[in-house]
Design a protein around this ligand. Structure first.
Ligand code: MEV
Length: 321
C-alpha cells in the first residue's frame, strides 16, 4: 500500500514510473460539490518513460507541451531541470472510459518529474497530480488522482478511515482517507462510448442549480455514506442496494446512457448491485458479481456489447519502476 510516509525518491534520467487507473464505487459527481466518495485503484496501469532531451516531447510529438493539456500542465507544474524531457507513455487503462486513464497518466508523469526534481512525499504528489488534472480539465475533484497516487481503497469527505491527506484547489479542499478493502472481486466494463469528463461535470453542476438540486445532492451524500459504511462492514447485500440507489440518482442527474443501461441490465441477474462508474454519459459500469458468478457476469456483459475486466483493487499507487 502506498501511504503518506512512502515517498517518491530522488532519481536521475532515464526514469520509468507507473500509476493505476481507478473505479468509483459511490459518490462520483457529488464529490465535486463536497460529497463523500468511495473508490479504489484498479490493477490496470499507465506507464511513462522519461529520458533526457533538448526539448520536451510526448511519444515523439514535440508540440505536445502546447497541444496536450495534461502534458503541458505537468511540465508547467513540475518543470524538468535542463533542456527538457522526452516522454513515452503506454497504458492498459482504456481511454475516455471512466476508469481514470488521465489521472493514471498524470500521476505517473508527476512521479517521474518529481523524482528528477529531488523526490516528493505522497501528499505533495497527490496535490501536484490534482493541480495538473484540474488545470487541464478546468473542473473536478481529487478522487481520481489520489487513487492513482495512493493505490488501494480510499474515501473522500467522510469521517471513516485513516487520514492520508487534504487536497485543495485554492478555494475548496477535500479530505482523503484510507479505508479497508473488503477483498471482493468487481467487474468494470467499458461501453465503448467515449465521453469528456469536463462536459459531464458541467452538465451535473447545471442540474444541481435547479430548485430540487440541493435535495438531489443530499440524496447523493446519504447513499454514499450508507454505501461506505456497508463496504466497511463487508455487508454485500446493503452495498448492492446502495449501488442501485446511487445509479437511480445518476440517472436523475442525467449522466446515464442507453448503452450503459443495457450493460447494467445484463449484469443485474448475477450481481448484488451495479451502477455506472466515473463521469457517465458513456464510459463504464461497475458490478459486484455474486461470489462464483464473476465469469458468468463478465460473459453476459460482453454479449451485451461491453468490454468487461474482472478487477481487484491494486495496492500500489504511483511508483518508480
Ligand atoms: C470522474 O472520474 C469523477 C467525477 O466525479 C469528476 C471528478 O471527481 O473529478 C465525475
Amino acid at each position: 500500500m502506498s501511504d503518506p510516509g512512502d515517498s517518491i525518491p530522488s532519481a536521475q534520467l532515464p526514469i520509468s514510473a507507473s500509476a493505476p487507473g481507478k473505479c468509483i464505487v459511490f459518490g462520483e459527481h457529488a464529490v465535486v460539490h463536497g460529497g463523500p466518495e468511495l473508490l479504489f485503484a484498479i490493477d490496470l496501469r499507465s506507464q511513462v518513460i522519461l529520458q533526457a532531451a533538448d526539448g520536451s516531447s510526448l511519444n515523439g510529438d514535440r508540440t505536445a507541451s502546447r497541444t496536450h493539456p495534461y502534458f503541458g500542465r505537468a511540465l508547467a507544474e513540475i518543470p524538468p531541470p535542463g533542456g527538457g524531457v522526452s516522454v513515452t507513455s503506454v497504458s492498459r487503462v482504456p481511454r475516455s472510459s471512466g476508469l481514470g486513464s488521465s489521472a493514471a497518466f498524470v500521476a505517473a508523469l508527476a512521479a517521474g518529474l518529481s523524482a528528477i526534481r529531488g523526490g516528493a512525499d505522497r501528499p505533495t504528489l497527490a496535490q501536484r497530480a490534482f493541480s495538473i488534472e484540474q488545470g487541464a480539465q478546468g473542473v473536478g475533484s481529487p478522487g481520481d488522482t489520489s487513487a492513482a497516487v495512493a493505490g488501494g481503497f480510499l474515501a473522500l469527505n467522510t469521517a471513516r478511515g485513516t487520514p492520508l491527506w487534504e487536497v485543495s484547489d485554492g478555494s475548496r479542499s477535500w479530505s482523503v482517507r484510507r479505508v479497508v478493502d473488503p477483498h471482493w472481486t468487481w467487474i468494470v466494463a467499458d461501453s465503448g462510448i467515449p465521453r469528456r469528463t469536463a462536459d459531464a461535470v458541467k452538465a451535473v453542476a447545471e442540474r444541481m442549480q435547479r430548485p430540487d438540486g440541493p435535495a438531489l445532492l443530499d440524496r447523493f451524500r446519504s447513499v454514499a455514506e450508507r454505501g461506505i459504511d456497508s463496504v466497511g462492514r463487508e455487508d454485500r447485500g446493503e452495498t448492492g442496494r446502495c449501488l442501485r440507489e446511487n445509479q437511480e440518482l445518476l440517472r436523475d442527474a442525467g449522466v446515464s446512457h442507453d448503452r450503459l443501461e443495457a450493460l447494467l441490465d445484463a449484469a443485474r441477474p448475477s450481481s448484488d448491485g451495479e451502477k455506472l462508474t466515473g463521469a457517465g454519459r458513456g464510459g463504464s459500469i461497475v458490478a459486484l458479481p455474486k461470489p462464483g458468478r464473476e465469469l458468468e457476469t463478465a460473459r453476459k456483459i460482453a454479449r451485451a456489447g461491453g468490454v468487461p475486466f474482472v478487477v481487484r483493487p491494486a495496492d500500489d499507487g504511483a511508483r518508480l519502476l
